[in-house]
Design a protein around this ligand. Structure first.
Ligand code: URP
Ligand code: ZN
Ligand code: ZN
Length: 483
């Protein structure tokens, strides 16, 4: 069965034009005028864009003594409802667990996905087994490896491990990812705050000032440069971290930065709310910042020093958050956002004039498809690309509320926000998962997307590193030893 999207304006990262789109066998079969198909989707007054890709989710993740509440069922339903047609989740080995073992666990969970997905592999400890299994992971199409510089005593890796792993990722033609916060300093500050009686959720923000992020980002950039690997910094929340990325990029280093929709639109005042639950529900790492940091992130998206907007969707119920009553360090870290990323970014970005519609497509889809080596299968409106598409109605409005969301949790950090710009239709490899605003999910429809290593950035960086590698100086004669 074929489907035609009729009467819309195609918006990609670099073009805007009127045309119909014909879909056959899950792919885009033709783009042009007057196309016919078995099913017709009306796109009058709408924009036809590549579906969103969220490269940072944690679905059903074991973390801080519990599991994140959204799994691949509710998580990918939430994604589709908000115009996101692919997620990239993190396979997370517990310390000492093999990478392939962890991958098997994530394979088992992801069978319920309603949209396509891929994985990043986390490197949470270092040893010969990890070194060896990284090759097999890349052979399975997972080419990005995440490192936590925070969560001391749990997921954190030290600098020697970071350098060893970065070198290995570089040799395998992959991309290194970092959660950049100085975990040693966070642990010290947390202990001191608790000892002084600062036990509430606001102390989570006090324990992670922008400096811990700026320092770690700068360190990761320098280590990656010495290791010869492209670096992707997740959840960039502040100017201190953004500044390090901006400077590195201006120097020609291969670094990308990813702000979250939460950091762009919510600020630190949330932690000072008198309601403990309200504040704890917003505890995540890094924490929300002030308006100056937010302005920096927006400017980064506008100028191109920041490349991707993600969610870090890691949702916990109020009950789970209450584990941390009396000790903020025990509040599970994480917030939701999968269903709201695209409407929130459109409302606060495009509708305000901060972003063009083309820039919106770039930062929600195309840039990450290129960075992760899956463009133009994903992130594009081209003949032959997967029909992962969103028909976007810029005039449609709603008020965000937990009562009508797909996520399994009992609240929404954007509760009460009025958004303008919503998906009318969403297609995942041709299946119309949102039809006229109504969700029609298909459990198990999602497929794993394998990715190729050694993309163009890796090849360019390797060539440069080879050219500038240390070499012995050729000498015609060596003086006799003085001994
Ligand atoms: N961000 C957060 O607080 N939770 C999810 C895990 C992580 O990305 O650090
Ligand atoms: Zn993180
Ligand atoms: Zn994360």
């Amino acid at each position: 069965m074929s489907t035609v999207i009729r009467g819309g304006t195609i918006v990609t990262a670099d073009l805007t034009y009127k045309a119909d789109v014909l879909i056959e066998g899950g792919r885009i079969a033709a783009i042009g005028d007057g196309l016919v198909g078995d099913k017709v989707l009306d796109a009058t007054g709408c924009l036809v864009m590549p579906g969103g890709i969220d490269p940072h989710t944690h679905l059903e993740m074991p973390f801080m003594g519990t599991y994140s509440a959204d799994d691949f069922d509710s998580g990918t339903r939430a994604a589709l409802a908000g115009g996101t047609t692919m997620v990239v989740d993190f396979a997370l080995p517990s310390p000492g667990q093999g990478l392939l073992d962890a991958l098997q666990m994530w394979d088992n969970k992801s069978g319920r996905a309603h949209c396509d997905y891929s994985f990043h592999m986390a490197v949470t400890w270092w040893g010969e087994q990890v070194f060896n299994e990284m090759q097999a992971v890349v052979d399975r199409g997972i080419t990005s490896f995440k490192h936590f510089m925070a969560y001391k005593g749990a997921l954190m890796v030290n600098d020697d491990e970071l350098f060893a792993s970065f070198r290995r990722v570089g040799d395998l033609g992959g991309v290194a990812l970092v959660h950049a916060e100085n975990g040693d300093v966070v642990a010290e500050l947390s202990a001191r705050l608790l000892a002084e009686g600062n036990t509430g959720p606001e102390a989570h923000a006090y324990s992670r000032p922008p400096q811990v992020e700026g320092e770690a980002t700068n360190r990761a950039i320098m280590v990656a440069d010495m290791a010869g690997v492209p670096l992707y910094v997740v959840h960039v929340s502040c100017e201190d971290s953004h500044e390090a990325i901006r400077r590195a990029r201006a120097q020609g280093k291969r670094v990308w930065g990813e702000p979250l929709i939460q950091h762009l639109t919510l600020d630190e005042s949330e932690y000072f709310n008198a309601d403990w639950d309200h504040a704890a529900r917003r505890v995540m790492s890094p924490p929300f910042r002030n308006r100056l940091h937010q302005d920096s992130l927006w400017a980064g998206l506008q100028s191109g020093s920041l490349s991707v907007v993600a969610t870090d969707h890691c949702a916990f119920t109020t009950q789970q958050k209450r584990t941390g009553i009396g000790d903020f360090t025990k509040i599970p870290n994480g917030t939701g956002g999968l269903e709201d990323r695209m409407p929130m970014l459109w409302t606060h970005g495009v509708a305000t004039g901060r972003l063009t519609p083309n820039e919106f497509v770039a930062v929600t889809s195309t840039n990450i498809a290129k960075i992760l080596g899956m463009y133009p299968r994903k992130g594009a409106v081209l003949v032959g690309s997967d029909a992962d598409l969103v028909v976007w109605d810029p005039e449609a409005e709603k008020t965000i509320t937990a009562g009508s969301q797909q996520s399994a949790i009992d609240y929404n950090v954007f509760e009460g926000q009025r958004v303008k710009g919503l998906p009318r239709h969403v297609l995942t490899r041709g299946h119309v998962a949102v039809d006229g605003g109504k969700l029609d999910p298909r459990e198990g429809h999602g497929e794993f997307v394998a990715r190729e290593p050694r993309g163009t950035v890796n090849r360019a960086l390797s060539a440069w590193k080879e050219l500038t590698a240390p070499r012995p100086v050729e000498r015609s004669g060596i003086p006799a030893s003085g001994v």
